[in-house]
Write a protein that binds this ligand. Structure first.
Ligand code: GLU
Ligand code: ZN
Length: 513
């Protein structure tokens, strides 16, 4: 039988790093073995279910570009793939276990269960869970009480005095005394809904799941699941519990460490490629020499042998590095398309919006009314500007602030900012006037290399330092000492706008003399 594996989320929250790591590893494993990857919605916990979480699940995987072969919107042999639509099946299987004596009716009220818990707590007892009270009710009596309408759950009749063994791909052989397993857990609730354990085991069996790759926090449930497979007379799938994902402090990754929901990463301007690449390394190592892998390469490279036992540490800085790498791999047009929404939101294409764009660097503005789309001409400049900032971006949202000076007049800094080391205002004016004289030729220069050769020659000819010549010119054109490449900026602004800016700066400096 070929590999069949699944991602089986409970839609009780937003998709987060741990979840997509599980999904990705299952996806990659299935692909690497020409198998099938299945999505199954485990939505039986109706108290915590919210439709928005289902939508978030679909949106997230759409954005990541990860598709399933069978699932809610990809019908396969085992439709439906939504557990709340399969309740009759779980009831049928729970009843089958009852009739075989492998499960029994429990008539205990929620109050009674709670009372046991409280008594044990008061007595500092180490015992937890159910006290197996109804295990000794005879099947005949149980059937009679149930038929009379007495509310009941169905509990697993765990065979005591035995041990349950299974093998985990990463963790090796695991043995568990049945007496230490969660005592006779509920399989079917009194409202007819299954618990996670029942639905999960029944579906993994019916859907012919060959491998269960899931987070290590589920390991404690596995002995119970194996007991259930045996009770049904079924073969359990292969298990592989994936290493935990921790924050830098060695604690389980959580909101305390930073963004964890994929929505947040997406809003912050991470690229799906970067997230996939980084998440694929959480608990796995592929080959020496590189860490950059796209989804296609990962599909080819992945195998369970590549998994590590040790917990994975989530390093936000590393993810940022990947993001920068993937930004650099984009063409100018692609990158412009990705950055455009941020630019519109920052008001980049509004008149006099530059201060806004600068102010919002690093944090997007909620409720900002500015939302003007670029004109054709602005769009052309925007695309070309991508080449100037591509090497400097870590996040998409950083782009607007970095190139705002191309769309509206930059606010000029104080005169001191124009003045190179060891120069004074008068000297700076002279340098800027020389820069002004060279500007038309710099704008016309074919490319950066040509512009650079030209300005070097002119600096030499006028016996000024290249840096001293460039600095005031850069500040005049971009409004800052630190900016994207000057020559490219000049070419995008054109002769007239460049000269205007230089004149404005000269005025400012002349007042300061
Ligand atoms: N529904 C469980 C979850 O939310 C599935 C665990 C498993 O993969 O067995 O993760
Ligand atoms: Zn009971």
């Amino acid at each position: 039988m070929g590999v069949r594996d699944r991602y089986a989320p409970s839609p009780t929250g937003l998709q987060h790093i741990g979840g997509i790591r599980t999904a990705l590893f299952n996806y990659l494993f299935a692909r690497s073995r020409s198998g099938s990857f299945i999505l199954r919605l485990e939505d039986t916990d109706r108290t915590r279910f919210e439709p928005q979480f289902v939508q978030n699940l679909y949106d997230t995987f759409d954005w990541l570009g990860i598709r399933w072969d069978e699932g809610p919107n990809a019908p396969g042999r085992f439709t439906p793939y939504i557990q709340s639509e399969r309740t009759a099946l779980y009831q049928q299987y729970a009843n089958e276990l009852v009739s075989k004596g492998q499960a029994y009716y429990c008539f205990c009220s929620a109050e009674r269960i709670d009372q046991i818990r409280q008594e044990r707590e008061a007595a500092h007892s180490s015992q937890t869970g159910y006290d197996r009270h109804c295990r000794t009710v005879s099947p005949e009596e149980a059937a009679k009480r149930a038929a009379a309408g007495e509310a009941h759950t169905i509990r697993l009749n765990i065979p005591l005095g035995e041990t349950t063994k299974f093998s985990d791909y990463l963790l090796g052989d695991i043995e568990w005394k049945n007496d230490d397993v969660n005592p006779d857990p509920v399989l079917l609730k009194s409202d007819g809904f299954p618990t996670y354990h029942l639905a999960n085991v029944v579906d993994d069996h019916l859907m012919e799941i060959s491998h269960v790759l899931r987070a290590q926090e589920w390991l404690a449930s596995t002995p119970l699941h194996v007991i259930m497979y045996r009770s049904f007379g079924w073969n359990p799938p292969e298990f592989c519990h994936l290493p935990m994902v921790m924050g830098q402090d060695g604690k389980k990754l959580s909101k305390r460490h930073g963004a964890t929901s994929i929505d947040e990463f997406r809003k912050q301007g991470y690229l799906p490629e970067a997230l996939i690449n980084y998440v694929a390394l959480l608990g796995a190592s592929y080959e020496e020499g590189t860490e950059l892998y796209n989804l296609k390469e990962l599909e080819r490279l992945f195998s369970l042998d590549k998994l590590n036992k040790a917990p994975a540490i989530f390093d936000y800085k590393k993810l940022d590095w990947f993001n920068g790498q993937y930004i650099r791999m984009k063409s100018d047009t692609e990158l412009a398309e990705l950055c455009l929404p941020y630019a519109i939101e920052a008001g980049l294409f509004e008149e006099e919006a530059h201060t806004e764009a600068h102010r919002t660097e690093g944090s997007r503005h909620e409720g900002d009314k500015k939302s003007k789309n670029p004109t054709a001409e602005q769009h052309e400049i925007f695309v070309a500007a991508m080449a100037l900032v591509k090497e400097r971006l870590v996040f998409l949202h950083e782009a607007p602030a970095k190139i705002a000076y191309l769309f509206s007049e930059p606010k000029l800094p104080a005169p001191e900012e124009f003045i190179p080391k060891k120069a004074d205002v008068a000297g700076t004016i002279a340098l800027l006037q020389l820069g002004k004289a060279l500007t038309p030729a710099l704008v016309e220069a074919h490319d950066d290399a040509a512009a650079e050769t030209y300005i070097k020659e002119q600096a030499e000819k006028n016996t000024v330092k290249l840096g001293d010549l460039m600095m005031p010119l850069r500040v005049a054109i971009t409004g800052s000492r630190v900016s994207p490449p000057l020559f490219g900026s000049l070419r995008l602004l054109g002769v007239d706008r460049s000269l205007q800016r230089i004149d404005r700066a000269l005025e400012l400096l002349e007042i300061a003399v």
